[in-house]
Design a protein around this ligand. Structure first.
Ligand code: FES
Length: 619
């Protein structure tokens, strides 16, 4: 294969069957490269090469097998290019096929996968029946004949359906499909429509919304791989929930405007996933949604004002079931919406979904779950006890409040390595336009290791830098608008008309954000009575989490200093939880239990939070 012509040692890795590519620096681990292409791999042993579960097939340019490859893969597989992704370092352009079993999401949504196990039992089911025509010999009512055809006389229904029955059944034998929810007939459709039973699961984040389409008619097709996403259009009203609550509070039509913006984006995603799967939105009968508490309230048109003021109470904690048309979702006119329950004002159903997806509540092991989004939600526990808190980390790791911060999209610096100079990897492989969360973590950690930033978070001046530092690194330390800064990508490598820099203020933002998360983790660990070193596993959720390097996240204190084999990236666990609730009615009951059993800690009321926060400001 022809070497892709990129700057200094950058390679194209193409992932099949999607055909998605990532451009990465030489030396990048394949799991990270897959993460950059939006493909999350399962790493049960944390990338230590001991579990053998991260198998991929390298279709072109397979490197020499490592010792770990030889331990876990047969000679025939090695000859065919199979390798362990966690052991593979990218040194050439590669084409790699990722099998289903190695993907994180697939394992979670399969009932027989190795991840969270749950029964496939959607809330709605369809049954195709032939209802015999009424006759002198069989003068039973339409409804009785219908129930008899289904074989359940105890099914409930309502007047709306009864009114429609004469035209649905007609005068002859009625060929119909019955849509049931539990013991209730929801609707009856003409003909056999049993194959048209889909659902959409939504994760409504403050900044990003993601939706996944699931086939609810057959477990083998549940998949959920047709995914659409959008920036939450409410960002026009402020980048965090507090500003949006303020908007709803100050404007008479504020709540309605916020709700309609959100609804528009959700309906766009429904249209997009239906178009890419080639189905009609009428075939979608159910939607599940998770989000932070404010997003859930706004989506349902419930005033979120009380969440914004002490004592920060919610109007609604429990899960909600409502007809989708009542909230304006463009799905089947008889479709349902299920919004999962919240925990508290600042710990929402997205955290419930994380716990649901991880199976934490069934485990004896102590698990720490961290969702790094616009805020940091943290949950710690096991089958005995669950404790959660929300860390006011702010959106720094999503690129906000950073001078040249941006989301992890094309043009974002996603990785920084310091050797003889400062090398960066840019998403999409072109010139840099800014820096995203993973790049920030890398930049700060690498600059700390190089001694350019001191433990207090100060960028040293040129005179203070160690004389042994490579010249190119020393020259990268500059002054921008009167404050110290480090050039990550010079003007020649940027497409913003000047260099992409990390300023002293940016480092402070990272410090504040990581200190909030670090201190929150410490408070709930103390409350739980466990040393962080003794936590059995650390699950890192959120789109940002997929890209960060464990060692660097630990270096800056964002993740606890446990062995890397105990840290696992679980992708968008909120969306996974919403998908589980869509495919498994019984799991909704588990979500209610998670919501009611999780103890919420309000950090603002904890003096020890302030103490830990001050300590955590140091790197
Ligand atoms: S062997 Fe690669 S993740 Fe375990």
């Amino acid at each position: 294969m022809e070497r892709h012509q990129m700057d200094r040692g950058t390679y194209r890795v193409t992932f099949e069957p999607e055909g998605r590519s990532a451009f990465v620096l030489g030396g990048t681990n394949l799991v990270e490269a897959a993460g950059q292409a939006g493909i999350i791999l399962n790493q049960p042993c944390g990338g230590e090469g001991t579990c053998g579960k991260c198998q991929v097939e390298v279709l072109e340019n397979a490197p020499e097998p490592t010792a770990a490859d030889r331990r876990h893969l047969s000679d025939a597989m090695l000859a065919d290019g199979w390798r362990l992704a966690c052991q593979l370092t990218v040194e050439h352009d590669l084409v790699v096929s990722i099998p289903q079993g190695t993907r994180f999401f697939e394992q979670l949504v399969l009932t027989d996968g190795e991840g969270r196990k749950y029964p496939f039992c959607p809330n709605l089911r369809k049954t195709h029946v032939l209802v015999p025509a009424a006759s002198v010999e069989d003068p039973r009512s339409h409804l009785d004949r219908l129930k008899a055809a289904i074989g359940n006389r105890h099914l409930q229904t309502d007047l709306r359906l009864v009114k429609a029955l004469p035209s649905l059944l007609g005068d002859g034998d009625g060929d119909v499909t019955v849509v049931c929810e539990g013991d209730e007939i929801q609707w009856v459709e003409a003909g056999d429509t049993t194959g048209d039973l889909y659902g959409v699961a939504f994760d409504i984040g403050t900044t990003t919304i993601a939706g996944a389409l699931l086939n609810l008619s057959e477990p083998a097709k549940a998949g959920g791989q047709t995914v659409g996403s959008r920036t939450n259009p409410q960002v026009h009203f402020g980048d965090d929930v507090v500003t949006r609550i303020g908007y709803a509070e100050k404007h008479a039509d504020g709540l309605d405007k916020l709700r309609k913006r959100l609804l528009g984006a959700l309906n766009e995603i429904v249209g997009e996933v239906c178009a890419s799967a080639g189905i009609d939105p009428e075939a979608i009968y159910e939607v599940t949604a998770v989000g932070n508490t404010t997003m859930s309230h706004i989506f349902l048109g419930v005033d979120p004002t009380s969440i914004g003021h002490a004592p920060y109470v919610t109007v609604l904690r429990e899960g909600v079931d409502v007809k989708a048309k009542e909230v304006g979702l463009d799905i089947n006119r008889n479709g349902n919406l299920h919004v999962l329950p919240n925990i508290a004002g600042f710990v929402g159903s997205d955290t419930v979904a994380l716990v649901l997806a991880s199976g934490m509540m069934q485990q004896g092991e102590v698990v720490l779950g961290i969702d790094i989004g616009t805020n940091g939600e943290v949950v710690l526990g096991n089958s005995e006890r669950l404790i959660a808190c929300s860390c006011a980390a702010g959106p720094a790791f999503e690129g906000a409040r950073i001078r040249q911060g941006m989301r992890a999209t094309e043009g974002a610096i996603s990785k920084v390595v310091i050797n003889e100079g400062i090398e960066v990897a840019v998403i999409g492989g072109g010139r840099a336009s800014g820096i995203c969360g993973s790049g920030l973590v890398d930049a700060v950690a690498e600059l700390l290791n190089a001694g350019v930033i001191d433990p207090a978070g100060r960028i040293l001046s040129g005179e203070e830098l160690d004389a042994s530092l490579p010249e190119a690194v020393r020259e990268a330390v500059v002054e921008v608008d009167g404050q110290p800064a480090v050039v990550l990508a010079g003007a020649g490598r940027s497409k913003v008309g000047g260099p992409v820099v990390l300023t002293q203020r940016d480092v402070r933002e990272v410090q504040l954000a990581k200190a909030a998360i670090q201190a929150g983790i410490q408070v709930i660990a103390t409350e739980f009575g466990v040393n962080l070193q003794d936590v059995d596993s650390v699950l890192v959720a959120g789109g940002f989490g997929n890209f960060i390097r464990r060692s660097n996240a630990k270096r800056i204190g964002l993740l606890p200093a446990v062995g890397s084999d105990r840290i696992e990236y679980i992708g968008n666990a909120a969306l996974t939880g919403a998908k589980i609730a869509l495919a498994c009615r019984d799991c909704r009951e588990e979500a209610e239990q998670i919501s009611s059993r999780t103890e919420y800690i309000e950090l603002a009321n904890r003096p020890d939070f302030q103490m830990h926060f001050m300590e955590a400001m140091m790197f």
